[in-house]
Design a binder for this molecule. Structure first.
Ligand code: COA
Ligand code: NAP
Length: 268
């Protein structure tokens, strides 16, 4: 089921928006009439995303930039703002992850994920600030359940995503006076994505265990997340700021998740 909200003429920037969940979000905004900018590290991902968006008839712009490079992130926004004007909505979703128990994780492995997810989110939101439409801009971070629920083999990502949750709240506090709203979406297991393949399940048995761990007994789709992003960026959400919203089939209300624990323990 796809939400339909009019974003005609609006400029939406999705950082990390060339694959998976974030690309699903970019496609949804394009379908609703937005001019969509996407950015990520790999030229082949940027080109592939632009080709699909253009085939859908969207006005699009693509940039290669690593969120760990503050200046490159700034240049990406400069570029996009020159092309499509002030940014009405920004989704910050670049992330890296792998399963690794803390006692086997190198310092560089921990730092790499924190740099991409947390420092990268700061870089993206901080550099976007100068280019945001204000009042009216909506910023959306993509966080994850391990920000609030401890998960084995996730020391790096759990710490980084917990930081993103709090960054969301602090920026909502500081930038609210400019009429900028800052929120975060916390997806549950989204089928067919890289994060799902790496963390949730690979075998049939793991899939069954992971599905059992979702109260609604189904995995999510990129459209489930995109629908929430469209809502948060729309005037219907004009009084929502500083919120971290799970979109996870009810997963956030179950703190035990024995099935999921078993699945990730089997993989690590
Ligand atoms: N287990 C343990 N350590 C790992 C690892 C794994 N599976 N994968 C990478 N690392 C470690 C590396 O060994 C290295 O540490 P070292 O220098 O001490 O050996 C460190 O992490 C950095 O790895 P590197 O490959 O140089 O990082 P990168 O910047 O090129 O790539 C990653 C970042 C590792 C997160 C990579 O998987 C990536 O680009 N992921 C993006 C896609 C993704 O993860 N999607 C899911 C999002 S939820
Ligand atoms: P994905 O397809 O790997 O998406 C990650 C995106 O970020 C890619 O477009 C990647 O493109 C980009 N990226 C990675 N490192 C980057 C960097 N250093 N600089 C710039 N861009 C970078 O994974 P996904 O599973 O869809 O995850 C998307 C988001 O949802 C992430 O924030 C993830 O934590 C969150 N999430 C996912 C799930 C899930 O079930 N999949 C659950 C909860 C939360 P390049 O490789 O071209 O850079």
């Amino acid at each position: 089921m796809r939400m339909d909200i009019d974003f005609q003429g609006r400029h939406v920037f999705v950082f990390g928006g060339t694959t998976g969940i974030n690309f699903g979000i970019a496609q949804a905004f394009a379908r609703c009439g937005a001019r969509v900018s996407v950015a990520s590290r790999k030229r082949e991902n940027v080109d592939a995303a632009l080709a699909v968006l253009a085939a859908q008839g969207a006005q699009t712009h693509g940039v290669c930039a690593d969120v760990r490079d503050f200046d490159a992130v700034g240049a990406a926004f400069e570029d996009a703002a020159q092309r499509f004007g002030p940014i009405d909505a920004l989704v910050s979703g670049a992330a890296g992850n792998f399963l690794c128990p803390a006692n086997a994780m190198s310092a560089n492995g921990f730092r790499t994920v924190v740099d991409i997810d947390l420092v990268g989110s700061f870089n993206v939101l901080r550099q976007a600030y100068a280019h945001l439409r204000r009042p009216g801009a909506s910023l959306i971070n993509i966080t994850a359940p391990q920000a609030t629920v401890a998960m084995r083999s996730q020391a790096h990502a759990a710490a980084a995503k917990a930081g993103i949750d709090q960054l969301t709240r602090v920026l909502a506090l500081e930038w609210g006076a400019d009429g900028i709203r800052v929120n975060a979406i916390s997806p549950g297991p989204i089928d067919g994505t890289e994060g799902f393949r790496r963390l949730i399940a690979r075998t049939e048995e793991e899939l069954a265990l992971a599905r059992e761990a979702v109260p609604l007994r189904r995995f999510g789709t990129p459209d489930d997340i995109a629908n929430l992003a469209l809502f948060l960026a729309s005037p219907y959400a004009s009084y929502i700021s500083g919120a971290v919203i799970p979109c996870d089939g009810g997963g956030a209300i179950d703190s035990v998740k024995p099935a999921l624990e078993r699945a990730s323990a089997q993989q690590a």
